[in-house]
Design a protein around this ligand. Structure first.
Ligand code: ADP
Ligand code: MG
Length: 702
C-alpha cells in the first residue's frame, strides 16, 4: 500500500462511469441514454437491457458475483440486499444473468424501514428504481446500483427522491433567471456540494471495552481528562503513523469509488480529523458522503481503530460537524455565486446572493430541522458549534455593496486594503478574498459558495440540500415572476435586489456567533432560537411549510407528516437507548467496581486496627476516602433507580411527539444526574479498579 500508486489509473476503477459506458455501450444506445439523462424521462427498455448487459460484463470482469439496488431509506444511512447474478439452467448448470428489468426496478419488503405510518404492513411492498444520474459501482464483490425507494402507493420512502426533485426544481428556476439576464447558452444549472467530514479515531480494543461507544457511538460517562484541547496542539498537527496509514487506505478506497478525496488533516480536538472531497453535483455528493462514512468505519477496523462519526463523542471536547459547501454551477462551467472582479456591477451574482439571503431568513425553521437529531443536539449550542440560531455571514465588502444599493449608510465599514502585505521582500503580497473567514457563522459566504456548518457529522447531507435547493428555488421563482412582469428589466432587477435585501438583512450577522450577547441580539431581530430537536420539529408541518413543499412538488402533506413522525420517533429511541446503556454500565460495571474499591479500603482499614495502628490514628486515610466515596455511591444507586423509573414512564405515552418531549424534559436530565455522580467517582477511584477506559486513554491512545 502506498508505494508508487498510479492515482489517475486507480481513480474510478470500481465505477461504471461515463468513460466506461462510452467504451462498452453501442454508440446509439449510449447516445440515447445520454439524451434521457440530460432531458429527463424514462429509460427505454432496449437501452436498459443493453446497459444491464454491459454493466454485468464489466462487474464480472471486476470480480463481482452479486448486484444490489443501493438505496437511502429514512434511517439516514444506506441499505442493500445482495442478489447473485446466477440463473438456473434446466441441465443443472448456472449462467450469469442480469437484464434491464432487474436494473430498472427492484421490489423489496419495506416493512422494516421507517415510513412514519405511510404504509400499513399488509401493503409492505416497496420499490427501488434505478437513478441513472449516479454511476453504479462495485463494493465488496457486489455491483451497487444507486436507486430511489418508494412505497407501493408511490409515496417517497427515501432521502434521494426529494433530493432529485429539488435538483430539478432549482435547475428550472435558475434557468429562468439566466434567461432574464440574456444568458441563453446554459441548458442546466446544477447545485454543487462539497461536504467536509469530521470524525474521531480511537483505539479499537479500548473502545470495545465501552458499551456506550459500541451501542450509541458516544461516551455516556467520563470525567474530564487532565489535558483537553486547550493547547490547540492537535489542529493541523502532524499525523500519527496509524492515522496516516488509515487515511492512505481510505483515500485509495475512495478514489477507486470515484470519490475525489482531497484534503485531510487533524482537527481541533485530540483524536479528531477531517476529510474534504472536491465538490460535485449534489446528488453524487450525497451518495459519496454515504460511501465515505461507511468506508471510514470499515477501514478503521483494519488499523485497530474505531471511527466515531457521532456529533459529540466526548463531553467537554469539540464535537464533529459536516460543513455543507453549496453553490450553483451551469453546464457551461460558470459558478453563479462567484462575485467576480467587480461584484457591485455583477447583478446576476447579487440577485443570487439576495435569493439565498431571503431564503435563509424566511426558512430558518427548515434549515434548523434539516440538522435536527438527538446526537446533533449535543453539539449545537455548545461552545465550539454554532448556536441553534440561523444567521448568515456575507462579509463586510458584500454587505457594503448591498447597503449602498439599498441606500443604507455604511459608516461602520471602512476602506480595507485588498492586499495582505507580507512585510518580507522575498514573499509576495497576497490578494484578499472579498470575504474574510468567520468560523462562527452557521451559514457563511466563503468567496464563491455558501458553507452551512450546522450539519452533524453522522447526518446524511441529502435533507440539508433538499431544503437549501427548495427554499432558494422558491425565491428565484418569485424573483423571476416579478422581473418577467416588468417592462424595464434592469430596474426591476435592481428593485428586487434592494427590496429583498432590506426585507431580509436581519439574518445577516458578521459578528461572533458564540458570544453570549448574540442570542439576545438575535431575539431582538426576531430570529428563531430552537435549541432542541423537539423545539424545532413542530415547524415542519406548519401551514407555510406544507404549502412551500406542495407548491414546489417536493413533499406532499402526507409525506411531510410521515417525516415528522420518523424524526420524533428516532429522537426518542436514540435517547432511550442511551439511557438504557447508562443503566447497564452504571449498575453492572461502575457500581460493582466502586464496591470492590470500598471493600479494599475497608480491608486495609481493618488491618490497621488488627495491628493496632488504627487506634492511634484519629482519622485513618481509608476512613476519609470511604467518607468521600460512600455518599457518591449512594447517590449513584438512587440516580439509577430514578433513571430507570423515568425510562419506564416513557412507555405509557401515546405519540412519538410526546415521547420525544418526555425524553428531552425528563430522561436527559436524569441521565445527566447519573453521569455527574459517576464522573465524580471516576476521579477518586483507583485506576486499576475503574472498569472502563477513561477519556485520557481514548483521546491519547492512538
Ligand atoms: P475551507 O472551507 O477550509 O476554506 P475550501 O474552501 O478549499 O476549504 O473548500 C471546502 C469545501 O468546499 C471543499 O469540499 C470544496 O470542494 C468545496 N467547494 C469549493 N467550491 C465549491 C463550490 N463551488 N460548490 C460547492 N462546494 C465547493
Ligand atoms: Mg470549511
Amino acid at each position: 500500500m502506498g508505494e508508487n500508486i498510479n492515482v489517475p489509473e486507480l481513480f474510478g476503477s470500481l465505477v461504471f462511469n461515463d468513460k466506461e459506458m462510452k467504451e462498452r455501450l453501442p454508440e446509439d444506445i449510449y447516445a440515447s441514454l445520454k439524451k434521457t439523462l440530460s432531458e429527463g424521462g424514462e429509460v427505454d427498455k432496449n437501452v436498459a437491457n443493453a446497459v444491464a448487459s454491459a454493466l454485468k460484463d464489466w462487474a464480472i470482469s471486476k470480480g463481482a458475483t452479486h448486484y444490489t439496488h443501493w438505496f437511502q431509506p429514512m434511517t439516514g444511512i444506506t441499505a442493500e440486499k445482495h442478489d447473485s447474478f446466477i440463473s438456473a439452467m434446466p441441465d443443472g448448470t448456472a449462467i450469469m444473468d442480469f437484464n434491464g428489468k432487474a436494473l430498472i426496478k427492484g421490489e423489496s419488503d419495506a416493512s422494516s424501514f421507517p415510513s412514519g405510518g405511510l404504509r400499513a404492513t399488509f401493503e409492505a411492498r416497496g420499490y427501488t428504481s434505478w437513478d441513472p444520474t449516479s454511476s453504479p459501482f462495485i463494493k465488496d464483490n457486489c455491483l451497487c446500483i444507486p436507486t430511489v425507494f418508494r412505497s407501493f402507493s408511490g409515496e417517497v420512502l427515501d432521502m434521494k427522491t426529494p433530493l432529485l426533485r429539488s435538483i430539478e426544481l432549482i435547475n428550472k428556476e435558475a434557468l429562468r433567471i439566466l434567461k432574464l439576464f440574456g444568458i441563453n447558452d446554459v441548458t442546466r444549472v446544477i447545485p454543487t456540494v462539497g461536504p467536509e467530514q469530521e470524525y474521531f479515531l480511537v483505539d479499537r480494543n479500548m473502545a470495545e471495552l465501552r458499551r456506550d461507544l459500541m451501542l450509541t457511538g458516544r461516551t455516556l460517562f467520563g470525567a474530564k481528562p487532565p489535558k483537553g484541547q486547550e493547547l490547540a496542539d492537535h489542529y493541523f498537527g502532524s499525523l500519527r503513523p496509524r492515522v496516516r496509514d488509515f487515511m492512505q487506505e481510505l483515500n485509495e478506497e475512495l478514489w477507486k469509488l470515484g470519490v475525489y478525496a482531497k484534503t485531510e488533516h487533524n482537527e481541533a480536538a485530540p483524536a479528531q480529523h477531517e476529510l474534504a472531497p472536491i465538490y460535485v453535483a449534489a446528488n453524487i455528493a450525497a451518495d459519496h458522503n454515504q460511501l465515505t462514512m461507511e468506508k471510514m468505519k470499515i477501514i478503521a477496523e483494519n488499523h485497530g481503530l474505531m471511527c466515531l462519526l457521532h456529533e459529540k463523542p466526548f463531553e467537554g471536547v469539540n464535537g464533529s460537524g459536516k460543513h455543507n459547501n453549496w453553490s450553483l454551477e451551469t453546464d457551461t462551467g460558470k459558478n453563479l455565486l462567484r462575485p467576480g472582479h467587480d461584484p457591485a456591477s455583477n447583478k446576476l451574482f447579487l440577485l443570487m446572493l439576495v435569493a439565498v439571503i431571503s431564503a435563509v431568513h424566511k426558512h430558518q425553521d427548515l434549515l434548523r430541522i434539516a440538522v435536527a437529531s438527538a446526537s446533533n443536539d449535543n453539539r449545537l449550542g455548545g461552545n465550539e458549534a454554532q448556536p441553534a440560531i440561523i444567521s448568515m455571514f456575507i462579509g463586510n465588502d458584500l454587505e457594503e455593496i448591498l447597503e449602498q444599493m439599498a441606500g443604507i449608510a455604511t459608516a461602520h465599514i471602512g476602506e480595507v486594503s485588498r492586499k495582505l502585505e507580507s512585510g518580507v521582500k522575498s514573499l509576495p503580497d497576497i490578494n484578499r478574498d472579498t470575504t474574510d473567514r468567520n468560523r462562527t457563522s452557521p451559514f457563511a459566504f466563503t468567496g464563491n459558495k455558501f458553507e452551512f456548518r450546522m450539519l452533524g457529522s453522522s447526518l446524511s447531507v441529502a435533507e440539508t440540500n433538499v431544503i437549501i435547493n427548495t427554499i432558494v428555488a422558491d425565491e428565484l421563482r418569485s424573483f423571476a415572476e416579478t422581473i418577467e412582469a416588468a417592462d424595464d428589466k434592469q430596474t426591476a432587477i435592481d428593485n428586487v435586489i434592494v427590496s429583498k435585501y432590506r426585507e431580509h438583512a436581519a439574518v445577516i450577522f458578521n459578528g461572533n456567533n458564540y458570544s453570549p450577547s448574540w442570542s439576545e441580539e438575535a431575539s431582538r431581530r426576531g430570529l428563531l432560537n430552537l435549541p432542541t430537536t423537539p423545539d424545532a420539529l413542530p415547524y415542519l408541518t406548519s401551514g407555510d411549510n406544507v404549502a412551500l413543499f406542495a407548491r414546489n412538488r417536493i413533499y406532499s402533506g402526507t409525506e411531510l407528516m410521515s417525516r415528522l413522525e420518523i424524526l420524533y420517533d428516532k429522537y426518542a429511541k436514540e435517547i432511550l437507548i442511551e439511557a438504557n446503556t447508562m443503566l447497564e454500565m452504571a449498575g453492572r460495571q461502575i457500581l460493582p467496581s466502586v464496591m470492590e474499591y470500598l471493600n479494599m479500603l475497608m480491608g486495609t482499614l481493618k488491618s490497621r486496627f488488627d495491628v493496632g495502628v488504627g487506634l492511634r490514628l484519629k482519622e485513618p486515610a481509608e476512613q476519609l476516602m470511604i467518607n468521600k466515596i460512600d455518599p457518591l455511591a449512594k447517590e449513584t444507586v438512587a440516580d439509577i433507580d430514578d433513571l430507570r423509573e423515568t425510562v419506564d414512564g416513557c412507555c405509557a405515552l401515546a405519540t412519538a411527539k410526546e415521547k420525544a418531549e418526555y425524553c428531552r424534559d425528563k430522561v436527559i436530565p436524569a441521565m445527566k444526574k447519573l453521569r455527574k455522580a459517576s464522573d465524580s467517582l471516576e476521579e477518586i477511584i483507583g485506576s486499576a479498579y475503574w472498569p472502563i477506559p477513561t477519556y485520557a486513554d481514548l483521546l491519547y491512545g492512538v
